[in-house]
Design a protein around this ligand. Sequence first.
Ligand code: PGA
Length: 249
Amino acid sequence: MNKKPTVYCCKNHSEIGSVTAALIADAIKKNPNLVLGLPTGQTPVPVYQELCKMYKAGELDCSGVTTFNLDEYFHRGKGDPDSYYTFMHEQLFDHVPFKASYFPDSSGELATEIDKNCKQYDALIESVGGIDLQILGIGSNGHIGFNEPSSTWSEGTAFVKLTPQTVSDNAKKFYNGNELLVPKTAISMGTNQIMRAKSIILIASGEDKAKAISDTIDGIVTPRVPASKLQNHDDVTFIIDEDAAKFLD
Ligand code: PGA
């Protein structure tokens, strides 16, 4: 039986940062060895800023926390300025020490090799007991991780192609609108795998997320809106601002 999700409606993007960081800090206090799933994108930036502030103020100890990032652009990674590895280090890991931080291995040429890397990531997550708390963003098309709208639910970590909508969104946010510069493929945890996290917080800010949020919370459960599967999870919290909440019932 699924519980109704908790929805926090914040005044703005920055409040999403403080509310979400407070919940993460609370989870770490309760379980210093927390396994934390993390997203990239614009939405989590104030969350990471807030965690950095808490650490600097001596209010946060992540030395027992293991993190797993949701996705990584294909053939990017350490040393690549466009990689999510670089993004996460700039935003969080260079400032706050964690026990260990992992990213999907985005290397490999042959399909068999890529598949093996993905399965190793899944096995690594399983070997630490699975993800305790997963933080998610959401795409304007309802994607979570890089699981784009589809006719089926994705299972574990896999190679994915970004839709034109996601490429255009990412171009606007990170590449001055130049779609040619946006990576078009990635390695992403799967939707069914994300659903195995013990608890989930989804954050969303801005009017461009309003339709995806109402489809996710009030719509039918369909792989055409990957985040709608969260309706089947019994511990989900949405932390969204007024613009993103605009179409909710
Ligand atoms: P954003 O991306 O935080 O940059 O809007 C979210 C996502 O695509 O999951």
